[in-house]
Structure formats: structure tokens, C-alpha cells
Design a protein around this ligand. Structure first.
Ligand SMILES: [Zn+2]
Length: 399
């Protein structure tokens, strides 16, 4: 199903119901400044198209009781969050409450056919559980640069085989519904903006420290993607001309110092030379170390791991201090697998940013951890596609 509202009033009704849940006609009329008869006309059309349905009557405010309108109970959006090592799939209702959420391990370098196939398997499982019948749209995040307009990845460094792959067209065909594809960090920012820690903030940055490092930029309530979709790709800002090589082919990028992949590399080296007994034992057991091993080592109080994590926070803080002076956000959200290590990372980032940015930019600047964690990307995916489905085709409200 790929219906869209017929005019801007209908789109506003749908978005209001998405945010507020079931609402009386009287309140809708007040919020939208529509006369009772005009509102009734639009709601009749939305009902005929299956977008909304009636939900009983509101308590009387003296006089006639106002009937309650809600988004159709069968509305379903899908959010798909593809990471370097896992894929998350969630199904939401029209109000974007998560009704089912599944996750599985993948390796993104196995290529689009294998990875998107696994995502579709999870959608199938959720359908089999009765969470969804019809799907009204899906928003997909991938861990690399995306041409938002074309719905394709563009030379993603950690995703061989994905360059220019028609993710949007392929998934739209499989799901029989409209699909939008965006960078995973942009979706996380949308998710936190819709239902997380950035709910009441219209200008903020979300920095994801995972296998790679990226930044979602929300300006005036909208994701800022830049001319070609690569805005916020801060992982490849060079911080040292003599630094270690990066997956992008350059040297000294932030990612080459501070990402989960860089931490895993440094942890392995430290374990091999006997700098940390904890990491050495872990390496002995599993044969390989990941960022998760470092966060576990930090939790166990291993001094080498704590040192490494602080180093990562320091480098991220260096870059972030510049971004804060440049963008003047009202909030900075730190997210991603490495952020799971929590406080010592956050403390280091804060101390560097507060020390290096202008007081006017940091005077009132909270730097906090993500609230939705693993759900941020999938909620953001549902939000992205619902913005599209609840907008007039080709109209000014389309984003
Ligand atoms: Zn790089």
C-alpha cells in the first residue's frame, strides 16, 4: 500500500495523530485551526483511504460530545538498522510505538544480498508472530555514506559490494511498500529526536562511536544531509598527519584512533605485549578482541583498557570541540557500541569539549548518552518513512 494524503491539511492531521495518539475532533480542529465542517471533510477522506478510524467519544466538555479520531490500528512501519556487525528490525504502529524488535549478527562486508536477506528474514519472523500484516513503509539505515535522493550507498569504506546497490528499489519491491534509505547515524538522531533524549531539542548533534564514527546533524528539527549526503561524516576528519592508516585509504583520521575497530586493534597489540593480563586472557580464550572486550575490561577495572577508552574519548572530544564552536548545538548525544562503556568515555569527551570550546557555545550544553540505545536507529527509520507517507506527494512537506 502506498497511499499518501491528498493535501497539506490531511498531512497535518496524520502527523498530529502520530505524535499525540487518539485525539478528539474538537482538539484537532483547535490545533489545526480548521472549522468543524472542513475538518469533518478531511477526516472522511482519510477514513475512506484507510489512514484513520474512529475511536469512540471524548468526555463531554458541556454540549455535544466530540468523537475521537486515531490512526488506523493496522498501520505498520518498519525500521531497519544495518550496522557493521548486526542488523536490527522493528515494527511500529502509526504512533511509532515499537511492537516487535529483533536483532541478528551479520557481517556487512558479506554484501547487500546476504545482509538485506537477513533483514527480510527478521521482517518475516515479525509478520509470522502477528505483529504486522500490511506494511506501509520502511526506513533503512546503513553504516556508510548514502545518496538520500537515489536511495543507494556511495563508496562506503567498510561495505565492499554495496557501492551504488539499489537498496531502496530492491527493498521496496520485496516489502511492497515505500522505502527510504539513509545513513544509520541520521536515523539514530531522528529516533532520539522523536522518542529519546533529544525530544525537546531542535538543534543537536548525535555522535555515534561504533565500528566507525559518524555524526547526525539536526538543525531546526530536520536532519541536515548536505549537498551529496555526506554531512556529518566526521570519522574521516584528519587529526594527525602522521597517524595510523584508515579504512578510507587516508591516514590519521579520527576513526583510525577512536573507533571500536581502532580500539580492538590497540587492545590486541596491548594483549600481545603483555600490557594487560585481562585482555591477554580474553585474547587467549577467543582468538580475537573486539570493542566489546574493551568495554568489558573497563567494567572489570583493567587500567590499560580504561586508558584506551579515555584516549578514544579525548580524540572524539578534540573534533567535537570544533563542531560545537561551529554549530552551537543545544545538546550533544553520544551513542554507539563504544558509548556502552559509559561514564569514563563521556567524562573525557565532556572535559575536552568544555575546555576547548567557547564559553558561549558550551555554557548551556549538555553532553549525554543516548536514551534509546539499540532502538534509536529503528525508531528513526520508522519516523523517517512515516514523515514520507504522511506527506503530500511532491508537496512542500515532503522531506
Ligand atoms: Zn578515514
Amino acid at each position: 500500500m502506498s497511499l499518501r494524503p491528498e493535501n497539506a491539511q490531511q498531512a497535518r492531521v496524520l502527523r498530529l495523530l502520530r505524535g499525540n495518539g487518539p485525539t478528539s475532533r474538537a482538539e484537532l480542529g483547535e490545533s489545526l485551526r480548521l472549522s468543524r465542517s472542513k475538518l469533518a471533510l478531511e477526516i472522511d477522506r482519510l477514513t475512506e483511504q484507510g489512514f484513520v478510524e474512529s475511536d469512540g467519544f471524548a468526555a463531554s466538555r458541556g454540549g455535544r460530545r466530540s468523537s475521537i479520531v486515531r490512526l488506523s490500528r493496522t498501520t505498520r512501519f518498519v525500521g531497519i538498522d544495518i550496522g557493521a556487525t548486526s542488523v536490527d528490525v522493528a515494527v511500529t504502529n502509526g504512533e511509532l510505538d515499537v511492537l516487535g524488535h529483533l536483532s541478528t549478527e551479520i557481517a556487512v562486508y558479506e554484501g547487500p544480498t546476504a545482509v538485506l536477506g537477513k533483514a527480510l528474514e527478521l521482517v518475516g519472523k515479525l509478520r509470522a508472530e502477528g505483529v504486522a500484516t500490511d506494511i506501509h513503509g520502511a526506513g533503512i539505515g546503513i553504516p556508510g555514506p548514502v545518496s538520500f535522493r537515489d536511495g543507494v550507498p556511495v563508496v562506503p569504506p567498510i561495505m565492499p559490494g554495496w557501492d551504488q546497490y539499489p537498496v531502496r528499489e530492491a527493498m521496496s519491491q520485496e516489502l511492497g511498500a515505500p522505502v527510504l534509505v539513509d545513513n544509520d547515524v541520521n536515523l539514530m538522531a531522528l529516533g532520539e529526536h522523536h522518542a529519546g533524549v533529544a525530544r525537546s531539542v531542535d538543534d543537536f548533534l548525535l555522535v555515534k562511536i561504533g565500528t566507525g564514527i559518524g555524526c547526525g546533524i539536526v538543525a531546526d528539527g530536520d536532519v541536515h544531509r548536505g549537498v551529496s549526503g555526506s554531512a556529518g561524516d566526521i570519522g574521516h576528519i584528519r587529526i594527525d598527519d602522521d597517524g595510523p592508516p584508515c579504512t578510507c585509504g587516508n591516514i590519521g583520521c579520527l576513526e583510525a584512533y577512536a573507533s571500536g575497530a581502532a580500539l580492538a586493534r590497540d587492545a590486541t597489540a596491548a594483549a600481545r605485549v603483555g600490557q594487560s593480563t585481562y585482555l591477554a586472557e580474553r585474547l587467549e580464550e577467543t582468538g580475537t578482541l573486539s570493542a566489546a572486550d574493551i568495554t568489558a575490561a573497563v567494567a572489570a577495572g583493567d587500567p590499560t583498557a580504561v586508558q584506551m577508552l579515555r584516549g578514544s574519548g579525548h580524540r572524539v572530544g578534540q573534533v567535537l570541540a570544533g563542531l560545537v564552536s561551529f554549530f552551537n548545538p543545544g545538546l550533544v548525544v553520544i551513542a554507539g557500541g563504544v558509548a556502552g562503556a559509559g561514564h569514563s568515555l563521556l567524562a573525557e569527551i565532556r572535559s575536552v569539549v568544555y575546555r576547548r570550546s567557547l564559553p558561549l557555545a558550551t555554557g548551556n550544553l549538555p553532553i549525554v548518552l543516548s536514551e534509546l540505545a539499540d532502538a534509536a536507529g529503528v525508531v528513526g527509520g520508522a519516523r523517517l518513512i512515516s514523515d514520507h507517507v504522511f506527506s503530500v506527494s511532491g508537496g512542500a512537506e515532503e522531506r
